[in-house]
Design a protein around this ligand. Sequence first.
Ligand code: CTP
Length: 406
Amino acid sequence: MSLDGKRVLLIIAGGIAAYKALELVRLLTKEGCGVSCVLTKAGAQFVTPLSLQALSGAKVYTDLFSLTDENEMGHIELSRAADLVVVVPASADILAKMAAGLADDLATTLLLATDKPVLVAPAMNVRMWQHAATQANMATLNKRGVLVVPPDEGPMACGEFGPGRLAEPPAIVAAIAQTLAQILGAGGSLNGALAGKHALVTSGPTHEPIDPVRYLGNRSSGKQGHAIAAALAAYGARVTLVSGPVSIPDPAGVNVVHVETALEMLAAVREALPADVAVCAAAVADWRVETLAAHKIKKTNDAPPSLTLTENPDILRIISTPGPRRPKLVVGFAAETENLYTHAAAKRERKGCDWIIANNVGGTGIMGGDSNEVTLINAAGEEIWPVMGKHEVAVKLAALIAQEVA
Ligand code: CTP
């Protein structure tokens, strides 16, 4: 979607990542997007109004009680003149204020007064992000339809490692473009398109134990499935996410059932049904060890142990089986490294699902990475999507699901 002529109200809260807001403004204005900046007091510790003004080419607002500003454009008007309100970086503090409905400065007053969709890109220390208070605030915001560009995982300015790093500016631009496309396509709002619907999502790998210390597994990070669960929740669905063992945080506003093995995943899925839509994004291990060793298998001087494997149940095929409990829409993934369309289309037929997201995992960095290259295959044929962030794939898929089952 072209950003030319669109208007974004950008709120810059406090945090070391605030410097990336400058790059975001540069990228947005380069695309022809009008950017009005609001800088919080804490944000002004990291970037100056002058830099933002130079890059946006527009007045930067900082003060709730400025007589001049009120005279030119009142704060209510400022919050409504934009197509989208974006908070970058969204600190733990501003997220808490948003969740509580506080309005003690210009930024929070605008956020409370706006009738426009709000997109937040959180950035904070990993412990602050994972803290139950922040996660509860995110859940509250999620339920209210606030959209999220989740933080990346990696080394942080504070010297720690984990989720909490601000998403990169190009990924935020892409999420803004995607959101605007959906808002304008949906007649102004995403909120509630899936209200009253139950969405079931599987995500992550499964671990199949060999003995008390070893397992069979795969490289799935769960990022794509978790992002889909979050996007469906942002559309107002009640979401049950059945997740294998992953190291990423539970998405906010989603009911997460944690499992280890394929058999546990199947049991959790059965328990969660009925659902209006099911998305099977989990990389379920195809096999499990027939007999689990009660004790750690010891090395001996003989040959290495041989494991007898038995096939795991195909959860996607079971969900897709026609019957009263079959969801109206069942979406599967097909991880392929070659002959993408042929293999994925055959998989759709074999499993009986409605849509397959064919996933080219041949490239480096797809499995476990932050971007994805997918093709949507349904009865009508195929639709090739460009390489996108996993968040964008999730939002685009959720939009299509909303059209299908709403
Ligand atoms: N799937 C599942 N249960 C399984 C295996 C796969 O629910 N036991 C689902 C996955 O969640 C995904 C789809 O089936 O939505 C395809 O998974 P994939 O690993 O690509 O296919 P497989 O069935 O394992 O086929 P193959 O390994 O032959 O490619």
